[in-house]
Design a protein around this ligand. Structure first.
Ligand code: ADP
Length: 333
């Protein structure tokens, strides 16, 4: 068992690029435009699949061409989409403005994602859980669907990796189900009520958050810090800083999703937390060197970077891979 079940939102990102972001009330001309699959849960599913994990996605897309594009992208990434429903509300959209420095602003239009319901999880056939070792979620889906997925994980004794993004979606009833929480600085500050502007602040905030997670189950919090890497906090273990390699950042969109997908894939494969975080940090750094929210970072990319970068080299050698081949979830659509 090393599979991931990911439940959540999927968008078609429409990215308009310009030398700078428009000011309030201002109209400017784009210098570039592209469409790409997006949505935090969908991106993390693709990132985990690129990293080699068997992944099954549960969500809704529209009965439109954008829905076809998303399904095709998942299939290409090797994600099992048999449990993705088509919905007349139309495919969710991410409207993104991006400047030449890679900074961006986004408005998400949820559409079909807003109709994801508790029953989308409750009505999953028993075999949808075959081979699943970890449930992974982000917070762009309606709260009832997220909570249903969290409960379903706990009922089966499965770890729950939660990317609390956007943090406003974190409801009080969700906390007891979370075993692995991943947040960026902004989300850590919002959830802990503490300012997070440096590593020490991230450790203090993360320590406060560990105490709120699933009581009686091994729990860990990761606070990602952009170019600074991340800090890892686990119950009963000293806080650890996890470095990221120095890279030429091109596009930070989706770096966090790559981090979460790779981290969840490593946890699902039974790897130690320190190794999971180290590899996720390197994968996140590689993702910012690639344009687009879906960088599809593979273990081979880590090996390539390891030839020239000491941080990647340490992550690559942090623990031996298990000899057994990764089992498949079976019956891919
Ligand atoms: P989010 O995109 O959710 O705000 P972060 O910006 O913290 O998340 O990035 C997530 C991870 O991606 C970091 O922990 C790091 O591993 C990597 N990363 C992000 N930006 C950079 C960067 N400029 N250089 C190197 N690694 C980066």
């Amino acid at each position: 068992m090393s599979g991931l079940l990911v439940v959540g939102g999927a968008n078609l990102d429409q990215v308009a690029r310009a030398p700078r972001l428009p000011g309030r009330g201002e109209t400017i001309l784009a210098t570039g435009y592209h469409e790409s699959p997006g949505g935090k849960a969908a991106n993390l599913a693709s990132a985990a699949a690129a990293w080699g994990a068997p992944v099954r996605f549960v969500g809704r897309v529209g009965e439109d061409g954008f829905g076809d594009v998303l399904l095709e992208a998942w299939r290409e990434a090797g994600v099992d989409v048999r449990h993705v429903r088509r919905d007349p509300a139309g495919t969710g959209l991410g409207i993104v403005f991006m400047d030449d420095a890679g900074q961006y602003q986004t408005i998400v239009v949820p559409r079909a994602n807003a109709r994801l319901a508790a029953r989308d999880v409750a009505e999953l056939p028993a075999d949808a859980w075959d081979g699943v070792a970890v449930v992974a979620l982000a917070l762009e889906a309606p709260a009832e669907a997220t909570l249903a997925a969290a409960r379903a994980a706990a009922e089966r004794g499965l770890p729950l990796v939660l990317n609390a993004a956007p943090a406003e979606g974190m409801t009080a009833d969700l906390w007891p189900f979370v075993t692995h929480l991943i947040v960026n600085e902004h989300e850590a500050a919002l959830l802990s009520g503490r300012a997070v502007s440096d590593r020490e602040g991230a450790i203090a905030a993360g320590t406060a958050l560990v105490d709120r997670l699933a009581a009686g189950r091994a729990a860990a919090v990761v606070v990602t810090l952009g170019a600074e890497g991340a800090v890892l906090l686990a119950a009963g273990v000293a806080p650890a800083h996890v470095p990221a390699p120095v890279v030429a950042a091109r596009d930070t969109l989706g770096a966090g999703d790559t981090f979460v997908g790779v981290f969840a894939a490593e946890v699902a494969a039974g790897r130690p937390l320190a190794r999971a975080a180290a590899r996720a940090c390197v994968a996140g750094a590689i993702a910012v060197t690639v344009a687009g929210a879906r960088a599809a970072v593979r273990p081979a990319d880590l090996e390539t970077l390891a030839a020239s970068d000491p941080v990647a080299r340490a992550a690559a050698s942090s623990a031996p891979d298990r000899a057994a081949p990764t089992p498949s979830l079976g019956g891919r659509a």
